[in-house]
Write a protein that binds this ligand. Sequence first.
Ligand code: SAM
Ligand code: SF4
Length: 328
Amino acid sequence: MRDPFGREITYLRVSVTDRCDLRCVYCMAEEMTFLPKAELLTLEELERVSAAFIRLGVRKIRLTGGEPLVRRDVMRLVRGLGARIGHGLDELTVTTNGSQLTRFAGDLAAAGVRRINVSLDTLDPAKFTAITRWGRIEKTLDGIFAAKAAGLAIKINAVALKGVNEDELDRMVAWCGEHGFDLCLIETMPMGDIDGDRTDQYLPLSIVRARLAKSWTLTETDYATGGPARYVNVGETGQRIGFITPMTHNFCESCNRVRLTCTGTMYMCLGQDDAADLRTPLRASGDDAALEAAILEAIERKPKGHDFVIDRRRNRPAVARHMSLTGG
Ligand code: SAM
Ligand code: SF4
């Protein structure tokens, strides 16, 4: 699949649920209205759409959400997709908040998952509870170490938050180095209504990187995971730090991905509203010709890029939907 700008589309992110057991302040409002269960694709349908994408050239799938591991029976989907590794699919990964990993880490590894991303913005228990509104850090840390014990490679995702975790990032680099985890830092993106003011949270990673360079020997690397992060090696720890900078550097020119929501809507860009309905062609017939045609037609509409800006005057999100719907 090639889009109008010549980019080959090989990466699908599937948001398997918009629900979550946490309420991170930059991601959700405290009182969220979730999608009615009747609107969700079944796990079988999600697998069928994913299989169509694989036939059309997708080689990497990431399951995300919401919290993917809170969807009932999600391991059925993981096993189904895992069985396709080596048969069109190169890699299956998961992005999770870690809260269910003590239960699922072994099953994920057995299904063929080799790498996971776990979101952890702080190592401070009180701050963790404040950021997630009601989470407990122990659960996530236990999950992370269960995943490590199961042999999964771990990348820690941390959103850089002004005045919240910016003083801790050195410590997190050290902690990740100690345990053999890569670290990926993310700028906050203006997606969906939250309860607070986003301009209060936004911290440019150019500043973070300059500060980290005072304590660590950072060298550029061309390491790439097919995602938007730019990586540096950390001389002292031997691990990597990735920077995802949608606000200060637009990485769209190399975008290779599209997204599927749990209702069967395909988004061609995280930062744009244009979408394609795949649920109707999926349910219209048991043969996937119409579904594949709808996917290919949508790829033709993939926009050149996002244009996230924080609207400081009106403080309105750039896109109305939450990250948990499209899948971060
Ligand atoms: N619940 C899982 C988790 O937290 O890893 C998966 C979904 S979550 C939406 C995926 C990633 O998006 C997380 O690393 C989270 O920190 C990030 N995220 C959520 N809202 C964001 C925002 N407004 N700006 C930047 N990153 C955001
Ligand atoms: Fe849930 Fe992940 Fe959003 Fe936090 S970032 S509220 S864990 S979906």
